[in-house]
Design a binder for this molecule. Structure first.
Ligand code: HEM
Length: 459
């Protein structure tokens, strides 16, 4: 890795290596900005963080240093460097979140962990969201999708808000199954209060959003504990849902660990999936030829379903190849998680540069997904580019390595199911929608994409 210009720091041409003992190594090229504030202002004044990242990358190359939000950082935007941080040397880079976020989600949630406890949780989460576990839930997800779509009939809706409702309902189904319906409304209400405080100032005084959020968090913990004890009484511990996986006697998780992780999964599953679905509606609306191909794919499946009278099945979703490529391209172009955060747990050498202990390290997913060397004309929405598999480590919408997304199969499944009914039954127009992007923190079409959906059989 070498800085394109001004990459004066590099002192050795050794291959990637880790865990260095040498203080003679140079820091990556880049600028640390002003004392205290660093380059925070430059990052936020650009409105779009990607403008800042792209400018830096052009100036310094794929690994550069900066200083934002009070933290010295190294940003990496080559597939090799991202793999080094997230996969091959993942033990040297721990996940890092502000303390207030940890308190809110629950300190024992999977995102904040490393080592044995992380591996244990990951096994439990991964088995609950594996294709074998989720394949039977297609009819239930289909029912949720149909309910959502019916509620939009003929209305102008905020697409993102509606997709959040859909994604929340699917997340609750996958975590708690279909048996806990009497708790679901209260769970939802508490989760919505928690969410409002998520980006608030962490001031725990009565009346503040943060205080309300912490109260809602406590109540959520109590509801989950109640569901757990009710299940124990019913002796139904090992279901195929996430709670069943966590409650498996052999796994010995405490109620608090289960609650932190159940709530954490709602958080991980909801806005992410909703943002991608919102972009999918936008890109399909903006690209009539692609929408036509998607609709043809789904109409064929729908005709067969009508003849057999069967609900949609897992096998049907495996045949949605055009739509799967649309989802991939949507995730590439939109790159809703522009980057992720890690922190070096010790001094690390990467290709002759020093990444000092305690510095934040940010793999820039979006820059990698928009690199014309790997994706020609990167701003163009062209699902056909995924007819050929992308080069290794150049496409990671679900992250990479030890903390990569264990919910990716569920996320894709719920997008395919919703798209099936959207494409066959509805029409919508994005021609008047604004083309800007907002970040909050995920990349999203401006104002959440207000759109009117009308049933094709009404027209
Ligand atoms: C399209 C939707 C989604 C996207 C784009 C997405 C993306 C990601 C990414 C990039 C990561 C890794 C973050 C990092 O390395 O710092 C991640 C982690 C995670 N995701 Fe997803 N995700 C989505 C949906 C879901 C769903 C539906 C679930 C659960 C049902 C889920 C559960 C998780 C969990 C638990 C983690 C943390 C894993 C760990 O720390 O070991 N995600 N996701």
């Amino acid at each position: 890795v070498r800085g394109k210009k001004g990459g004066a720091g590099r002192r050795s041409s050794s291959p990637s290596s880790s865990s260095c003992g040498s203080s003679s190594l140079a820091l990556p090229p880049g600028s640390m900005g002003w004392p205290y504030v660093g380059e925070t202002f430059q990052l936020y004044s650009s409105k779009n963080p990607n403008v800042f990242f792209a400018r830096k990358r052009n100036k310094y190359g794929p690994i550069f240093k900066t200083h934002i939000l009070g933290c010295p950082c190294v940003m990496v935007s080559s597939p090799e460097a991202a793999r080094f941080v997230l996969v091959t040397q993942a033990h040297l880079f721990k996940p890092t979140f502000p303390a207030s976020k940890e308190r809110m989600l629950g300190p024992q949630a999977i995102f904040f962990q490393q080592g044995d406890y992380h591996a244990h949780l990951r096994r439990l989460v991964s088995r609950a969201f594996s294709p074998e576990s989720i394949r039977g839930s297609v009819p239930a997800i289909e029912a949720i999708a149909l309910r959502s779509l019916r509620s939009w009939d003929g209305l102008q809706v905020n697409t993102f808000q509606e997709m959040k409702t859909y994604a929340l309902n699917v997340a609750l189904l996958s975590i708690f199954g279909e048996e806990e319906m009497q708790y679901i409304e209260e769970l939802k209400q508490c989760y919505l209060t928690l969410e409002k405080g998520y980006n608030s100032m962490p001031v725990n005084l009565p009346g503040t959003l943060f205080h309300k959020a912490m109260k809602a968090r406590k109540r959520l913990g109590a509801i989950v504990a109640h569901i757990i004890s009710a299940r124990r009484e019913r002796e139904r511990q090992r279901g195929s849902d996430l709670l069943g996986s966590f409650m498996d006697d052999r796994e010995a998780l405490t109620d608090a660990q289960i609650a932190d992780n159940a709530i954490g999964v709602i958080f991980a599953a909801r806005d992410t999936t909703a943002s991608v679905l919102t972009w999918m509606v936008k890109f399909l609306g903006d690209n009539p030829a692609v929408l036509k191909a998607v609709t043809a794919e789904h109409e064929e499946i729908a005709r067969e379903k009508e003849l057999s009278g069967e609900p949609l099945s897992w096998a049907d979703t495996r045949r949605m190849r055009v739509t799967s490529r649309v989802i991939q391209e949507t995730m590439r172009v939109a790159s809703i998680l522009s980057f992720t955060f890690r922190e070096a747990v010790e001094d690390v050498e990467y290709q002759g540069y020093l990444i000092p202990k305690g510095w934040k390290v940010l793999p820039l997913f979006r820059n990698i997904h928009h690199n014309p060397d790997h994706f020609p004309c990167p701003e163009k929405f062209d699902p056909s580019r995924f007819e050929v598999a992308p080069k290794p480590n150049t496409f990671m919408p679900f992250g990479n390595g030890t903390h990569s997304c264990p919910g990716n199969e569920l996320a894709k499944l719920e997008m395919l199911v919703l798209c099936h009914h959207l494409a066959t039954k509805y029409r919508w127009s994005t021609s008047k929608s604004e083309s800007g992007v907002q970040f909050g923190p995920f990349a999203l079409p401006l104002n959440g994409l207000p759109v009117s959906f009308t049933r094709k059989d009404d027209a």
